[in-house]
Design a protein around this ligand. Sequence first.
Ligand code: PXP
Length: 240
Amino acid sequence: MVELGVNIDHVATLRQARQGIEPDLIAAAKVCELAGAHQITVHLRQDRRHIQDRDCELLAQVLQVRMNLECAAVEEIIAIACKLQPHTVCLVPENRQEITTEGGLDVAGDVAHLKETVARLHEHGIQVSMFIDPELEQVEASAEVDADYVELHTGAYANAKDDRLLAELNRISDAAMRAINSGLIFNAGHGLTLRNLAAVAALPGLNEVNIGHSLVSRALFVGLEQAVSEFLEVLQNYCD
Ligand code: PXP
């Protein structure tokens, strides 16, 4: 079955709106875990707009499922990751002005630095994923830097309409095939919803999806446990 990583950044976004303690991020992570999520994903941004260092420390201590730490390949955060030792670090681009992660990481344009970062994370027993646009050049560069996984950016697919929809899905499928043939594990994420997930879940070889905004939004109406169950049900019904 395709596994579900739940990105709980937006639980922290709500908490940070008042800079208080509600909603409790750790409780949210545990509810996702109890509901069957396979992984909890958090993005420790340099600007600390949602997830805080303490959140990561607590999650690393209490999670029974895998912890996936998204971060930029910068010294400050990589040093934190090496201490925390999450199961996976997913390297993402970070731009201070952006509302969310806009595009994939330019691995091809930064091979030497990223190869060094991947090696350092591997030395600490951490697996490494590259969040990239579904482009063959970026997939090949991810293999070149010795990443374990690629997480293909599904944002363009999620925003596509009509004819573009199939074209974007094909782009993901082609990049996924290249990744698998290069020895990389294929994950996907960004902009996935209960409506658009099935077609992605059916892509051959898909290992895991990471879903945040739509799942946390759905949880406002049906509760977090139910929201996780609904996304898991789509994965169960439609995966290859
Ligand atoms: N995967 C990565 C690498 C991301 O950066 C994000 C957004 O933080 C997600 C998945 C989840 O995207 P969304 O919140 O649109 O579901």
